[in-house]
Design a protein around this ligand. Structure first.
Ligand code: DLL
Length: 434
């Protein structure tokens, strides 16, 4: 591997060779997990043993793992190795309760670095590139994962972390990075800061953006690509499974996220019945780690909704851009709504910026959804109340016809919705409070 810009052998292998490797690794992964008391108990309760797995289709009889299971074994109960073999801890924040602790052996950090380097290469990165990492460093996996991957491939890494947006702009202008790794919502805040300082974002040195850690849309990609004149690619992962770098969009096809199947085995289930979905259908992604040492996970429920598609740029299958999380879905008067659907509609209206929040309230027994969205910065203070009223009405009508729900839309002045320096908070649920 080293600092090579070449693809790894498995990235050009045949699908048969990949399946052979996966099956061998899957059997070993189940045996490793069986060493953890939690999994042994679960398997015994389900009356399955790792030796029962002969083919991929046998995996459905093995128990799934949930975030709740990880919480209950807080902090170290899911580890498959003694804690003195763990060299790194990360944690996923979660909105309620204790965080979920994730442990990595030296070998796990090595695999993760390799997969992040592979992801950067798949996005079009080279050893000669400079990488500005504006994902947060710390217990969140975004910063350190990107950092180790960039170093592993021999790039120059600028560990900016999240926040201090003025300084982000200064570093980008002065150090002239080729690649930025950041959440899409925070990249928008950085672009706005360029403009606030009277700088033209398109003139900056960036050639690629590797965006993820939160849902985003094709419309947002289009906006970012135009405003920065670069290629914006999707990067997916989750801390429980490893961190960023589980799947990455390839620059040559830009058609969804290639999942690094030599390390993760994907399945899709219908979250309401917990049974596999038919080929090509949308479902909740389950992931089984194939090579993880410190904390192997079997059929982990990600809550992320996507479709599995055949491989294009690589033999590995692709995940369609995440549609949303099953637990971010709000049911409003019987209609299932994802923030990404609302975002797609907002971006059809040329006067609006992709900064928005959805507020849920309950009026008696009825849920109400209000959408707060900012005007484009260039329009600040230029539109009268009538024009703004027209825009709100138009957007309300569009949401009604595309998504099927009634909302109240408030168009607000630029920079009035709080900016995130990492993952954007799109839904404010005030229903319990009213
Ligand atoms: O967000 C890991 C990561 C870091 C991914 C940097 C990409 C880049 P968590 O904090 O555990 O880990 O959050 C994981 O974020 O289950 C998805 O719901 C969401 N998510 C991550 N990437 C994407 C993406 C990191 N590309 C959760 N599109 C996941 C949509 C994403 N959602």
């Amino acid at each position: 591997m080293g600092t090579s810009d070449q693809l790894e052998a498995i990235e050009t292998a045949s699908v048969d060779a990949l399946r052979y490797l996966q099956l061998k690794r899957l059997k070993a992964a189940l045996r490793r997990a069986y060493g953890v008391e939690f999994y042994r108990n679960r398997c015994e309760a389900a009356n399955v043993h790792p030796d029962d797995l002969r083919d991929f289709s046998d995996l459905v009889s093995f128990p799934m793992t949930t975030k709740q299971d990880l919480r209950q074994s807080y902090p170290f109960g899911m580890f498959a190795v003694p804690t003195d073999k763990i060299v790194r801890i990360h944690a996923s924040s979660g909105t309620t309760g204790k965080p979920t602790i994730v442990g990595y052996t030296k070998g796990d950090i090595d695999t993760w670095s390799k997969l992040m380097a592979r992801s950067i290469r798949a996005a079009g990165g080279r050893a000669s590139d400079r990488i500005h990492v504006a994902y947060g460093y710390g217990l969140f996996t975004g910063g350190l994962g990107a950092h180790y991957g960039g170093e592993r491939m021999g790039a120059m890494v600028i560990p900016a972390s999240g926040g201090l947006t003025m300084r982000q702009v200064q570093l980008i202008v002065d150090l002239r990075p080729d690649i930025i790794m950041v959440t899409p919502s925070y990249l928008l805040a950085i672009i706005d800061e360029f403009e606030r300082q009277g700088l033209e974002p398109r003139e900056c040195s960036l050639r690629l953006a590797m965006l993820g850690a939160e849902p985003w849309t094709e419309k947002m990609r289009a906006e970012i690509e135009v405003r920065l004149e670069l290629d914006a690619l999707d990067l997916y992962g989750l801390s429980e499974i490893m961190g960023g770098g589980v799947a990455q969009e390839c620059i040559e096809t830009k058609d969804g996220l290639t999942i690094w199947e030599d390390h993760f085995y994907p399945e899709l289930i219908d979250p309401s019945t917990n049974t596999p979905v038919a080929d090509g259908e949308t479902g909740e992604l389950l992931l089984t780690t194939l090579t993880r040492e410190g904390m192997p996970l079997i059929r982990y429920r990600t809550h992320d909704l996507t479709r599995l598609l055949p491989g294009t740029a690589r033999p590995m299958r692709r995940l369609e851009r995440m549609k949303g999380r099953s637990d971010d879905m709000v049911v409003i008067r019987g209609v299932n709504v994802f923030p990404s659907q609302i975002e797609t509609v907002l971006m059809l209206e040329g006067t609006l910026a992709p900064h928005y929040q959805l507020e849920l309230t309950r009026n008696g027994r009825l849920d109400e959804l209000s959408v707060k969205v900012e005007l484009k910065t260039a329009l600040a203070g230029t539109l009268g109340p009538d024009t703004i009223g027209d825009i709100s009405n138009r957007v309300q009508d569009m949401i009604k016809s595309y998504v099927g729900i009634s909302t109240s839309v408030a168009v607000v002045e630029p920079r009035t919705i709080p900016r995130s320096e990492g993952k954007a908070k799109r839904i404010i649920d005030l229903r319990q409070l009213t």
